[in-house]
Design a protein around this ligand. Sequence first.
Ligand SMILES: NC(=O)c1ccc[n+]([C@@H]2O[C@H](COP(=O)([O-])OP(=O)(O)OC[C@H]3O[C@@H](n4cnc5c(N)ncnc54)[C@H](O)[C@@H]3O)[C@@H](O)[C@H]2O)c1
Length: 411
Amino acid sequence: MIEAIMIGAGNRGIGAYGSYVIEHPNELAFVGVADPDNERRHYFQTEHKIKDDMVFHDAEEVYSKGKLADAVFICTQDRQHIHHVLKAMDLGYHVFLEKPMAVDPHDILKIQKKAIATKTILVVAHVLRYSPFFNTIKNVLDEGHLGKIMVINHEENVGFYHQAHSYVRGNWRNSSIASPMILAKSCHDMDIISYLLDDTPKRLSSFGTRSHFKRETMDGVPNYCLDGCPHQETCLYFAPKVYLNAGDWMKFPVSNDLSDQAILKALEKGPYGRCVYRSDNDVVDHQVVSIEFDHETTVNFSMSAFSNKITRHIHIMGTNGELWGDMNEDHLTIKPFGKDAFYVNIPEGKGGHGGGDHGAVKRFIEACHQRIDVNHDLEIAVQGHLLAFAAEKSRVSGETVDFKHFVKELS
Ligand SMILES: NC(=O)c1ccc[n+]([C@@H]2O[C@H](COP(=O)([O-])OP(=O)(O)OC[C@H]3O[C@@H](n4cnc5c(N)ncnc54)[C@H](O)[C@@H]3O)[C@@H](O)[C@H]2O)c1
């Protein structure tokens, strides 16, 4: 049994990881919680039957008491991660760290060095990598069905309503509050590409803009939907329509109280009630990254807000055949050259991100028991993050980035 403290009992802390313990009570126990939000802290305490003397208003109170458990789960917002992870590792905690690891590339390297120096286990919540969908693809590649991998076309379909919720109105809308979209959202994809290929990038280039979710798209609208918007019958993003019909994962950031009345109240002047064409968002709504790897594989990645579904599509082309996958489906399609196509079933995954949320926790628990070594997992996570920073550099500068030179300059 691994005993852990939850630092940040928000959407992820409660929904993605707290839920693991409910299903696997003999593997992991949350014996402590820190969160300044009274309702969330209280909810988590009750859910996990945490003793009063292990309930904290702030993570600093946890750290001031030395080491109180085997591990911490750091599920605070992006810009807070660096402080918490360094502090926790210094105290000897094993750390399950939400992505992005940090919002500055130097800090990524600092975290990696600290994990090595303190010999603590660090698993980054790159949950897709631990999902049955991507694990199955990795097995197919490792078994050599496609031969040498020459091309990967990978697509991240964010979903128009998800973009509006998280990247126009929500916590990751502005790169100075959170980070650029390629880091906040697509560091998962940079990680997946690194994980599947297990190769080092040579050079890359990226393009992308915020083209739709901006003031110029719509004239004559108020700042808040509930201030008499003339388009409320037809607008896809009219906040009351969106949030009264949304899943809990979208309602929870709006209001801890999920009742219709509380949601409507929060939308009046709250961030999620803003017109999507009048927010202070600056992150892109579509971006592409092209990467060439050392072993000559080329990768095209495309992130788009403009999709109906939230899913990822991947098409891998090798010297001996092709593979297609859609994360919303239960199988992969493989077509070796000159042979019949066949399907490979994806095992069903429990929990969010196609089973990836729980898969990541399972891996962390295994590592804490010293049953597996996760050093290489961390190396891949670091490369994925650095790829995201390099892509953003290319997008902003308009130049191709030499990846090794980019990394060398950081250190
Ligand atoms: N792995 C994934 O796929 C994935 C998906 C979504 C979000 N995330 C990441 O997870 C993290 C958390 O996201 P979220 O949506 O749960 O955010 P959230 O805002 O719902 O939760 C963060 C919590 O941290 C608490 N907090 C703030 N300061 C604190 C402190 N000093 N000590 C303790 N707690 C403190 C807040 O009160 C809040 O409850 C973010 O970094 C986000 O980018 C990862």
